[in-house]
Design a protein around this ligand. Structure first.
Ligand SMILES: *[C@@H]1O[C@H](CO)[C@@H](O)[C@H](O)[C@H]1NC(C)=O
Ligand SMILES: *[C@@H]1O[C@H](CO)[C@@H](O)[C@H](O)[C@H]1NC(C)=O
Ligand SMILES: *[C@@H]1O[C@H](CO)[C@@H](O)[C@H](O)[C@H]1NC(C)=O
Ligand SMILES: CC(=O)N[C@H]1CO[C@H](CO)[C@@H](O)[C@@H]1O
Length: 565
């Protein structure tokens, strides 16, 4: 009888322990299993120029979250600040980012307006007057982030309901005046990412196409060539978001439409001009037009010498009534005069203003401000057509976060195409003086706005930072195929982007947001659960075995050895 009773008691003791263990498991689960939200985040670019580090130097993150309402003297070195662009204050940027105060990390929330995955394009409840200040602020912030070395992870995400809910929660927590720590609870941000690795030998790919001119019997020498060029790759604060609708998506869309129009003219021997047309979609634009530089050096001398002039198309999607023709030779130069007069004649007919801007190239400075300067350095006459009146700085206006589809105007591109195509045609067919329109609206040679729009849409959904484009990137292949549809002898030139730039991978990630219950809350929960279980347990024992058993249970159990002996 006695041994049986002891065994029963042992069983009961074991079940008490297992119940306690269960309570612990439950409590831990409250903390670990409450992964509330998962958010797509896009990392700030990480790169070096000649070994000097810039951008966000870390990818993985595991810190408590805070908002801009942090208490003034808080130590933020283990806090990720979640900052909606709408609430961003330049004072904060200069105090914390420019002066590089220690932070655990930064998460910027951008309005949907800038989200290229947001299909309907607008997706914004912002009034028009609210957009410009936000755009300017983001542009300013972006330039600072790109040019600063930030020893912590910096991410961008888009505002949505879930994210805004988390933000409200964090703000509430910050309003208590206590920093987010394990003792006060709040939210925890976790990004598990491997350490960013250098991108080994980043490639840049140039694509070229050719429309051969009509040679007549008395053309002993080679026909002259006109080159039409646009740089298609981008560089921006978040490589995974750098779609550059205007810079230079607009130039690419325009180039494809110009190739389409001239392929119609050149497919008929009667309308084929006595000029060859060379189309170039170049890469490496943000890095001193390195792709253009390499492309030009790959030409044989005969081709290079046959180039009458080159027209580079850049940023032509957000102008109202004025375009600029940038050149490196003085306006008095006969060739420049001819180019400018040709285009300004057409412009007059179309009610557009074009102005000539001359900027000498500085041979002793390797920095190239405009794409056409790469041609000028090889003594090829060239011009850039752009809405910008002055050259941007290095890595500026190359597909920034603000350069979204929403701000690109396809009508502006259509008008630019009309101007350029008509100007080229007048030069090719020698109708300089006459008021003839080859690409007349409603004719079969009319500029096609829906073709331009559909390419602009594709471009505006495709991040194109060259070092992060794989070798056979579908977008590059699509450009090649499109040129093949309109031109001949299409080929790809792949080059390594050598020189001073180094890039690091890990451009996008998943952010896990955990609601962390505070320790005090955990203790309280533990107490409540614990007492509940004890009461339940006692109740069960009493009803099944009586009170005596229960009391003896909580007495120190006699040593088993003695009992069984
Ligand atoms: C924003 O900056 C101004 C100074 O430019 C400062 O007075 C104001 O308190 C700041 N607001 C917040 C929310 O930090
Ligand atoms: C040309 O470039 C060199 C090297 O960067 C610079 O020192 C010089 O001042 C520049 N000249 C002009 C006229 O800008
Ligand atoms: C561009 O190309 C040349 C050689 O073709 C190279 O020397 C230079 O460093 C390259 N890179 C940049 C960023 O300019
Ligand atoms: C990425 C890229 O090539 N961006 C260019 C877009 O156009 C402007 C204006 O010509 C250039 O300055 C940018 O470098």
């Amino acid at each position: 009888m006695a041994p049986r009773k002891a065994r029963k008691r042992d069983m009961l003791v074991e079940s008490v322990y297992s119940v306690i263990a269960l309570v612990f498991v439950l409590v831990t689960c409250v903390e670990l299993c409450d992964a509330a939200t998962v958010v797509d985040v896009y990392r700030l670019i990480q790169y070096d120029i000649s070994g000097a580090p810039f951008g966000s130097r870390l990818a993985s993150l595991n810190h408590h979250a805070g908002s801009l309402h942090f208490s003034p003297h808080a130590d933020l070195s283990r806090t990720v600040l979640m900052i909606p662009l709408r609430e961003l204050n330049m004072t904060f940027v200069t105090e914390y980012i420019v002066q590089r105060r220690p932070l655990g990390g930064l998460l910027f929330l951008l309005p949907q307006l800038f989200n290229f995955e947001n299909r309907d394009g607008t997706g914004s409840n912002l009034q028009n007057h609210g957009k410009e200040p936000l755009k300017n602020l983001l542009e300013e912030l972006e330039q600072i982030l790109i040019h600063t070395n930030l020893p912590y992870p910096v991410y961008f995400a888009f505002e949505d309901e879930d994210v805004n809910f988390v933000l409200t929660d964090i703000k509430k927590n910050d309003a208590t005046g206590q920093p987010a720590t394990a003792t006060t609870g709040g939210c925890k941000f976790v990004v598990s990412a491997p350490e960013p690795k250098k991108v080994a030998s980043p490639t840049i790919t140039n694509i070229q196409g050719w429309l051969a001119g009509m040679k007549t019997d008395d053309d002993a020498s080679q026909l002259p060539t006109i080159a039409i060029v646009a740089s298609y790759d981008t560089f921006g604060a978040a490589p995974a978001l750098s779609v550059g609708s205007d810079s230079n998506g607009s130039g690419v869309a325009a180039l494809l439409e110009i190739a389409r129009l001239f392929s119609l003219l050149y497919s008929n021997p009667k309308t084929r001009g006595r000029y060859n047309l060379l189309f170039g979609l170049t890469s490496g634009g943000p890095y001193n037009y390195n792709g253009t530089h390499k492309w030009l050096r790959s030409f044989d001398q005969r081709l290079r010498e046959s180039i009458d002039y080159a027209i580079c198309l850049n940023s032509i999607a957000s102008w109202e009534d004025e375009l600029w023709i940038h050149v490196s030779k003085p306006p008095e130069n006969a060739y420049i005069k001819q180019i400018f007069e040709g285009f300004s004649g057409v412009a007059e007919d179309l009610g557009i203003k074009v102005s000539l801007k001359h900027k000498k190239i500085n041979i002793s400075n390797s920095r190239v401000a405009w794409e056409h300067e790469q041609f000028s350095r090889l003594r090829v006459t060239a011009a850039t057509i752009s809405e910008l009146s002055t050259a941007p700085e290095l890595l500026e206006k190359t597909g920034s976060l603000v350069d979204a589809r929403h701000f690109a105007n396809e009508t502006a591109i259509t008008r630019s195409v009309k101007l350029i195509a008509e100007g080229l045609a007048r030069h090719i067919y020698g109708h300089q003086e006459k008021n003839i329109h080859i690409f007349e609206d409603n004719s079969n040679l009319a500029v096609n706005p829906s073709y331009i729009r559909s390419w602009l849409d594709v471009i505006s959904r495709t991040p194109r930072v060259a070092p992060f484009l794989p070798k056979d990137d579908p977008f590059v292949m699509a450009l090649k195929k499109e040129l093949e549809d309109h031109t001949d002898e299409v080929n790809l030139q792949r080059e390594v982007l050598d020189g001073m730039f180094t890039f690091y991978d890990s451009t996008r990630a998943m952010l896990n947001i955990y609601q962390v219950a505070s320790v005090t809350f955990d203790l309280l929960l533990l107490l409540v659960l614990g007492s509940y279980l004890i009461v339940l347990f006692s109740f069960l024992v009493i009803t099944t075995r009586g009170l005596d058993d229960l009391i003896s249970l909580f007495r120190r159990p006699p040593s088993r050895k003695v009992k069984t002996a």
